[in-house]
Write a protein that binds this ligand. Structure first.
Ligand code: AMP
Length: 423
C-alpha cells in the first residue's frame, strides 16, 4: 500500500521546528501582554456567513480560498481563513466590550486558505495577532502598529519595513471607488481577466494586482478622496508614530485584501521575502466590522502576522533558535533485571524537575549511551548489578567522559548541581 502523505499545502511542525515556533509565539504573547492585551481563543470552524459578511463576498479569500463544507445538519461551516472576524464575534457576543473599553485581546492559531502552495504560502498556516475593540482614536491605531514593531524588534528581526496608508471612511472610500472606476474604465480591455471583474466588484483591488502594476502607477491616489476629518485622523496617527521613532513608508497603493478595513491600514514587509509573499503581516482599523456581523456599531483596530514567514526571515537572518534538546539525563539499566531499579531512579530525578529519559530495554549499554548523547542528554545514570547491590548509581558526564559513583540518596542533588539547576 502507498504511504499516506500530508494534505497538499500543509506541513508538520516536527520537534526540531518547535523551538522556533515557541520562540515566536511566546515573544508575541509577552510583548502583547506588556501592552495589557489578554489572550483569547476562538473556534477553528465558524459559520461560513461570518466570513462572507466580514471579509466580503467579492474578495479572493471568500471567492476562492475558503475550505467550506456542510456539517451533518446541512449548515455551512468554514475553516477560518483569518482571526479578526472570529475574535470580534466572540468578544461582542460575550459583551466583553461592556466590561472594559477598549478591549485588548491577542490570539494565535492555525488559519486555512486554499491558495496555490509555494514558499511562504500554505493551505494551513499560523497567524498571531491583536485586536483592540471599542475605541476610535489615533492613539489606538498607533499603539497597534507599535506593538507589531516592538514584536519584530524583540525577535531581533532587523530590516522590517512598515508601509502605511489610510482608506478613510466608507464615504471617502465610495468616492475613491468612483475615481478609480473613471480611471480604469477606458483601460478595461488591457486589464487582466481578474481585474476586469474586480473593476465591477471591488475596484480597490486593482491596485494590488501584480500583472497590472503599470496602470496602478498613475491611478488616482486615495489621499485626494479623503475628507478633512479622515486626513486629520491619519495625520495624528503618523504624528504619534513619529514621536515613537517608528519609521513609516507612506504607500498610497496599499489597500489590503479584506473589505472590513477603514482609515489606517498597514503592512509589514521584509526584503528577504519576495514577490507576492513579501508581507510578514498587516492590519488596520475596521470600524464597520461589528455592524456587518449584526452587533451594535463598535470600532476596532488590529493586525495579523504570519508565523511561518516570520520564522523564514528569522532563519535567513540567523536569529532563530535551533532545535532544543528535549532531555537532560538518561537513566539506563545495564541488564534487564535492573529495569525496576532504573525506573525508580528516573522517577526520583523527574520529581526534582529534571527531564529524564529511561532506557531499561535490552540493548547494550554503549548503544543506550550513544542515543542519549545524540538526543542531547548531559548525563547518564547507569544502574547495573553492582549498583543495585550497593545502593549506588554511576553518574557519567557524557560530554567529559568522566564518571563517579554516588549513593542513591544523593543522586538528585548531585544531578541538579552538575546541570546548574536550583535545588
Ligand atoms: P492577511 O490576513 O492576508 O493580511 O495575512 C497576514 C499574514 O499572514 C501575511 O502577511 C502572511 O505572513 C500570513 N499569511 C497569509 N496567508 C498565508 C498563507 N497562505 N500561507 C502562509 N502565511 C500566510
Amino acid at each position: 500500500m502507498p504511504e499516506i502523505a500530508s494534505p497538499r499545502g500543509t506541513r508538520d511542525i516536527l520537534p526540531a521546528d518547535q523551538a522556533a515556533y515557541r520562540w515566536v509565539l511566546d515573544t508575541h504573547s509577552r510583548v502583547a501582554e506588556l501592552h495589557a492585551y489578554r489572550p483569547v481563543e476562538t473556534p477553528i470552524i465558524e459559520a461560513t456567513e461570518l466570513f462572507a459578511r466580514a471579509v466580503g463576498s467579492d474578495t479572493d479569500i471568500v471567492e476562492k480560498q475558503m475550505f467550506t463544507f456542510d456539517d451533518r445538519g446541512g449548515r455551512s461551516l468554514t475553516l477560518r481563513p483569518e482571526g479578526t472576524a472570529g475574535v470580534t464575534r466572540a468578544a461582542l457576543a460575550a459583551r466583553l466590550d461592556q466590561e472594559l473599553r477598549p478591549l485588548r485581546l491577542h490570539y494565535a492559531g492555525p488559519m486555512f486558505r486554499a491558495e496555490r502552495p509555494q514558499a511562504g504560502r500554505q493551505h494551513q498556516f499560523t497567524q498571531l495577532g491583536i485586536e483592540c475593540i471599542g475605541e476610535r482614536s489615533a492613539s489606538v491605531d498607533a499603539e497597534v502598529v507599535e506593538i507589531a514593531w516592538r514584536f519584530f524588534a524583540a525577535l531581533g528581526l532587523h530590516g522590517v519595513q512598515l508601509q502605511v496608508n489610510s482608506l478613510g471612511s466608507p464615504e471617502d472610500r465610495a468616492r475613491y471607488r468612483e475615481a478609480l472606476v473613471a480611471y480604469y474604465e477606458p483601460l478595461r480591455d488591457r486589464l487582466c481577466d481578474d481585474c476586469q471583474r474586480r473593476l465591477d466588484t471591488n475596484p480597490l483591488r486593482l491596485l494590488d494586482c501584480k500583472r497590472d502594476a503599470q496602470f496602478a502607477e498613475s491611478a488616482p491616489k486615495i489621499a485626494a478622496s479623503l475628507s478633512r476629518e479622515s486626513t486629520e485622523f491619519f495625520g495624528r496617527v503618523l504624528e504619534i508614530l513619529d514621536t515613537a521613532a517608528i519609521p513609516v513608508t507612506l504607500n498610497p497603493r496599499l489597500v489590503r485584501g479584506l473589505d472590513y478595513y477603514t482609515d489606517t491600514v498597514f503592512e509589514i514587509w521584509h526584503e528577504t521575502l519576495s514577490g507576492a509573499q513579501n508581507a510578514l503581516g498587516g492590519g488596520g482599523r475596521y470600524d464597520g466590522l461589528a455592524a456587518l456581523l449584526g452587533f451594535a456599531a463598535t470600532p476596532g483596530c488590529g493586525y495579523a502576522l504570519g508565523v511561518e514567514r516570520t520564522i523564514m526571515v528569522a532563519k535567513e537572518l540567523g536569529v532563530a533558535p535551533g532545535a532544543a534538546a528535549g532531555v537532560d539525563v538518561l537513566v539506563a539499566s545495564v541488564d534487564p533485571p535492573q529495569a525496576a531499579a532504573a525506573a525508580r531512579q528516573a522517577r526520583t530525578l523527574r520529581d526534582a524537575g529534571i527531564r529524564t529519559m529511561l532506557d531499561a530495554g535490552e540493548r547494550r549499554l554503549d548503544r543506550k549511551l550513544r542515543s542519549a548523547d545524540k538526543a542531547g542528554a548531559r548525563l547518564a545514570v547507569v544502574v547495573g548489578e553492582d549498583e543495585v547491590r550497593d545502593g549506588n548509581v554511576t553518574v557519567r558526564d557524557l560530554s567529559q567522559h568522566s564518571q563517579q559513583r554516588v549513593p542513591e540518596a544523593e543522586l538528585a542533588a548531585l544531578t541538579l548541581r552538575i546541570l546548574g539547576m536550583q535545588q
